[in-house]
Design a protein around this ligand. Structure first.
Ligand code: AMP
Length: 408
C-alpha cells in the first residue's frame, strides 16, 4: 500500500514524500481513512508505531480544505502529557504542513510564555499543548477554544497517570460539543475506557498492536543483581559492550541524578532528564543524546514518555517500574520502526514481585541471567542466616538452588 491511496491531498503527500516515508504503517493505514471520514477514533498505539503521522496527516488534510482568510481561530487542539512530546508533535506538524497554508503552534510550561502568546495573537489553526499552560493562557484571555473542530488526546493513559483528569475535563468544557475526537492511548485501563466513553461519539476502535504486547523485535534480558552492585555492573556492561546510546530508566529523580553523576565520573557522558530539571536542561540533554554527544540519558518514566529517538539500540531498567504497563512503554523506546533493540533490566531482590506482574501482563516468562562477578547474594534469606555458620558449604548450596529458581 502507498500513501497516495489513502485520500490525502497532494500538498500533504508531498510533505510525506519529503520525510522519506514510503509505506503507511499499520496504524496509519487504519486510522487515516477513518479520520478523513470525520469519525471519532479510539486508537491503541504507542510511540514508535507512526501514530503521530496517523492523526496529524488527516487532521491537516481536513483543516486545509477551508482555511479562514482573516482571523484564524484555533480549529484543532492536540493535548499531550509532556513537554517533550508536545515539541515532537509540533515538529512533525510543521514538517507535514510545509506545503499547506496552515499555521500551528506549541505551548507548554517551564519556559517564558510571552513568545507563545505572540504566536497565538497572530492566529493559528492547530495548537499542540500541555494542559497546565493551555489553561493558564486561556484564563488570561490569550486563547479561545470555542472554534475547535478536531480534538486529539494523545497518550491519554499517561495524562491520567499524571493527574490531568480535572484539567482535561476543564478543557473539554471550553470547547463546542460538536467536534471530532481522537483518543490515543498505549494501554486501556478502566479509567481510560471511562474517559473515552465520556468524550467520543460512536468511536471506531483501531489497534496498532495487540493490547499490552511488547515490540517483537526487542530482545529482553533480566539480570538478577544486588541493588548495591547495580551501578558497578552497569558501568562494566556499558564499557565492555562499548554501548554508545543508552536510555536508562530510574524510578526516582534523585536516583537519576546520582546515576548520571556516577557515570560521568567514569568518563561516560551522561545526563539526567526528569520533572525537576528546567525545560532548557531537558531540551539540551535530549538534543545531546540524539546527536550522540551524550552517551547515556538517565530518565524517569514521565520524562521519557513518548520520546522519539530513532533506532535507539539499548534501554536499561536500572530499576523496574512498579506498574507493569510502564515496562512496556520503556522497552518500546527501542526496537523502533522495525529495528531491533535490546532491553536490559537489573533486578534486585526487592523487585522480584515486579517481574511477576510484568510476566503476567505479557504472558511471557523471563529466565534470569547473572553476570560473572555480580551474582546476587540475597536470594535465599534462610540460607543467608545459615551461611553465617558454614559459609563455604552454604555458598555452594545457594548457587545450586538459585539456578533452580530461574524456572519460577
Ligand atoms: P511515532 O510513533 O509517531 O512517534 O513515530 C515514530 C517514528 O516513525 C518517527 O520518527 C516518524 O518520523 C517515523 N515514521 C512515521 N510514519 C512513518 C512511515 N510511514 N514510514 C517510515 N517512518 C515513519
Amino acid at each position: 500500500m502507498s500513501f497516495s491511496t489513502l485520500g490525502l491531498s497532494p500538498s500533504i503527500l508531498k510533505a510525506v514524500a519529503k520525510k522519506g516515508y514510503e509505506t503507511p504503517s499499520p496504524i496509519q493505514q487504519k486510522a487515516i481513512p477513518l479520520i478523513l471520514a470525520q469519525k471519532d477514533v479510539l486508537a491503541s498505539a504507542q510511540t514508535g508505531t507512526g501514530k503521530t503521522a496517523g492523526f496529524t496527516l488527516p487532521l491537516l488534510h481536513l483543516l486545509s480544505k477551508e482555511i479562514p482568510q482573516r482571523k484564524r481561530p484555533i480549529r484543532s487542539l492536540i493535548l499531550t502529557p509532556t513537554r517533550e512530546l508536545a515539541a515532537q508533535i509540533y515538529d512533525n506538524i510543521k514538517a507535514y504542513s510545509e506545503f499547506t497554508e496552515l499555521r500551528s503552534a506549541v505551548i507548554f510550561g517551564g519556559v517564558n510564555a510571552n513568545p507563545q502568546i505572540r504566536t497565538l495573537e497572530n492566529g493559528i489553526d492547530v495548537l499542540v499543548a500541555c494542559p497546565g499552560r493551555l489553561l493558564d493562557l486561556h484564563s488570561q484571555g490569550h486563547l479561545s477554544l470555542n472554534k475547535i473542530e478536531i480534538l486529539v488526546l494523545d497518550e491519554a493513559d499517561r495524562m491520567l497517570d499524571m493527574g490531568f483528569l480535572r484539567d482535561i475535563k476543564k478543557v473539554l468544557s471550553l470547547m463546542p460539543t460538536k467536534r471530532q475526537n481522537l483518543l490515543f492511548s498505549a494501554t486501556f485501563s478502566k479509567e481510560i475506557k471511562q474517559l473515552a466513553n465520556g468524550i467520543l461519539h460512536q468511536p471506531v476502535a483501531v489497534e496498532a498492536a495487540p493490547e499490552n504486547t511488547t515490540a517483537e523485535k526487542v530482545n529482553q534480558k533480566m539480570y538478577r543483581v544486588d541493588k548495591s552492585s547495580k551501578t558497578e555492573m552497569l558501568i562494566q556492561m556499558i564499557s565492555e559492550g562499548n554501548w554508545q546510546q543508552v536510555l536508562i530508566f530510574s524510578r526516582t529523580k534523585h536516583g537519576a541524578n546520582r546515576l548520571a553523576e556516577k557515570l560521568g565520573k567514569k568518563n561516560i557522558t551522561a545526563a539526567a532528564i526528569h520533572g525537576n530539571k528546567t525545560q532548557n536542561a531537558r531540551t539540551k540533554a535530549l538534543t545531546g543524546f540524539k546527536k550522540g554527544t551524550i552517551r547515556i540519558l538517565v530518565a524517569t518514566d514521565i520524562a521519557a514518555r513518548g520520546l522519539d529517538i530513532p533506532l535507539l539500540p539499548y534501554v536499561v531498567n536500572y530499576e523496574l517500574p512498579n506498574i507493569a504497563e510502564d515496562y512496556v512503554h520503556r522497552i518500546g523506546r527501542t526496537g523502533r520502526a522495525g529495528a531491533s533493540g535490546i532491553a536490559i533490566s537489573l533486578v534486585g531482590q526487592e523487585e522480584l514481585a515486579y517481574v511477576k506482574s510484568i510476566e503476567k501482563l505479557l504472558q511471557q516468562q523471563f529466565p534470569f541471567e547473572t553476570r560473572e562477578g555480580f551474582e546476587p547474594t540475597m536470594d535465599f534469606i534462610p540460607e543467608q542466616a545459615a551461611k553465617k555458620k558454614n559459609p563455604s558449604k552454604n555458598n555452594q548450596r545457594r548457587k545450586k538452588s538459585y539456578r533452580g529458581s530461574r524456572n519460577r
